[in-house]
Write a protein that binds this ligand. Structure first.
Ligand code: NAD
Length: 473
């Protein structure tokens, strides 16, 4: 499917684009809930009416199957829209709070107000979901938006550049396609909030640019999300969930398990069970499965292939540079001698230091759950942590003894699928969160408003003159 390239935008055109979104916000049109509902409904219509085109674009960019695209891209955004439409009235209402005795009588509330113009910078791995899902919260909260799709998903980028202005208020939601020069020009402009999803290196560029304008940011980043497979975990079920979470979208999922920690006794059984699960999910030959993805670029493909000799390939390992295919692969690793050094020591292979972000799953033997906790804590705080265990005490030990953006117990990926659960990282895996009400709140200023009646003037107690008064205030 040939991609029609969108002509690059000059810095002046980018400046005008942002100015249009700001003027539209300043008009006040985005404030009524009716406008917000209309926009959300229009976004939903875009997804329904152009579902097939979006699926084709996702297939062209990432070899995603139509069903996977419907579930993990289009469906996720539609669920966010439905949730926002259901709860918008409540979210947008002033939120009454109580007052301490000393301030009574009085009334206090948090009044949500939109921030202004929000810039959304998206990556390529879920190029529809990660551009449009933040937009749901941005619109629900009454903002205008500038969207920057990823150049590494060119079909999706070109399609959304065409469809968004045709369906949504074209002065309120602007799309700026392009690559680093366009993002750099955008970042020179003043926004009222920036949502960046991607890697930590670019996040630092975004945060520095945002600081120039004191613009708040939501940084949705990645990292090495570990999974613990306990001795008492249900072998087949857990292996299937790990395999599905790791190898869907060919491992290019920010919350995919990066590696699995387990005791030496369980390595062989777990490897065999994951291999069975892979065959069940993508067949004997994943290269010919319509449901198995491809690596996004030649550079990423070469990087991932480079990991294959850093451990023992227990199964998988087949690869083809021409089609950017890399089979679901398990790498058996040797037991780390020192968990603390094993995350960044010089002798540590890159596959154990870098975020893998592809279908290579190292299984790392450690002596016990507590050694696994030490191993996790020796690294950066991950975006997700997974525990497969029949023991509530073990699960609790991981939840309380480690820090991560999110946690899945006996499950992976789906902690990001509930709009009721805010989604985001901590430390190196990001800051701020969104989804559901967390999105509405992230893109609103919750303005504290206090009303104090003039009669019954209790304020006098705290006003001078103080001399001659008894007791303590
Ligand atoms: P990417 O290369 O598509 O980059 C993301 C965006 O940054 C693009 O729009 C790109 O134009 C822009 N960009 C790239 N270099 C830039 C520069 N020098 N200056 C300004 N802008 C620049 O995506 P990526 O970073 O390869 O995405 C993969 C990473 O994203 C992984 O680390 C993954 O874990 C993370 N991720 C996180 C989440 C999450 O929700 N937390 C979701 C998906 C991916």
């Amino acid at each position: 499917m040939p991609v029609t390239p969108t002509p690059p935008l000059e810095p002046d055109a980018i400046r005008r684009t942002v100015a249009t979104a700001r003027a539209r916000f300043d008009d006040g049109v985005t404030r009524p809930l009716a406008w917000r509902r209309e926009q959300l409904a229009a976004l939903d219509r875009l997804l329904v009416e152009h579902g097939v085109e979006l699926e084709e674009a996702l297939h062209a960019d990432l070899h995603k199957s139509a069903t996977e695209s419907r579930i993990t891209e289009i469906g996720v955004v539609r669920a966010e829209i439905a949730h926002a439409l259901r709860h918008l009235t409540r979210w947008a209402r002033p939120r009454r709070t109580s007052l301490p005795l000393a301030l009574r009588p009085g009334r206090a509330a948090l009044v949500p107000e939109p921030l202004g113009v929000v810039l959304v910078i998206a990556p390529w791995n879920y190029p529809v979901q990660l551009l449009l899902s933040p937009l749901v919260g941005v619109l629900a909260a009454g903002n205008t938006a500038v969207l920057k799709p990823s150049e590494l998903a060119p079909h999706v980028s070109a399609l959304l550049t065409r469809l968004v202005p045709a369906h949504l208020d074209p002065r309120a939601v602007r799309v700026v396609p392009g690559a680093v020069p366009e993002t750099t020009a955008l970042l020179a402009e003043r926004f009222d909030h920036i949502v960046y999803t991607g890697n930590g290196r670019v996040a630092r560029i975004v945060a520095r640019a945002a600081a120039e304008h004191l613009t708040p940011t939501t940084l949705e980043l990645g990292g090495k999300s570990p999974a613990w497979f306990d001795d008492d975990a249900h072998l087949e079920q857990a292996a299937r969930r790990i395999a599905w979470a790791k190898f869907s979208n060919a491992g290019q999922t920010c919350i995919a398990p990066d590696h699995v920690l387990t005791t030496p006794d369980r390595v062989a059984a777990l490897t065999a069970a994951i291999e069975r699960a892979v065959r069940d999910l993508w067949g004997q030959d994943p290269a010919s499965s319509p449901d198995y993805g491809r690596i996004v670029s030649d550079t990423h493909h070469a990087r991932l292939v480079g990991y294959l000799d850093q451990g023992r390939v227990a199964f998988g390992g087949d690869h083809d540079a021409a089609t950017r295919f890399l089979a679901p692969t398990v790498l058996q690793m040797s037991q780390p001698t020192d968990p603390a050094a094993s995350r960044d020591g010089e002798d540590v292979p890159a596959v154990l230091r870098e975020e893998i972000f592809g279908p290579v799953l190292p299984i790392i033997p450690v002596p016990s759950a507590s050694a696994a906790i030490d191993y996790v804590n020796a690294g950066d705080k991950p975006l997700a942590l997974y525990v497969f265990s029949a023991s509530a005490a073990t699960s609790r030990a991981f939840v309380q003894g480690t820090s991560s953006g999110t946690v899945g117990l006996d499950v992976a990926l789906l902690q990001a699928a509930a709009p009721e659960l805010p989604f985001g990282g901590v430390g190196e895996s990001g800051s701020g969160s969104y989804h559901g009400q967390a999105s509405f709140d992230a893109f609103s200023h919750l303005k504290p408003v206090l009303r104090k009646p003039l009669e019954l003037d209790t304020l006098r107690i705290a006003q001078p003159p103080f001399s001659g008064r008894r007791g303590r205030v």
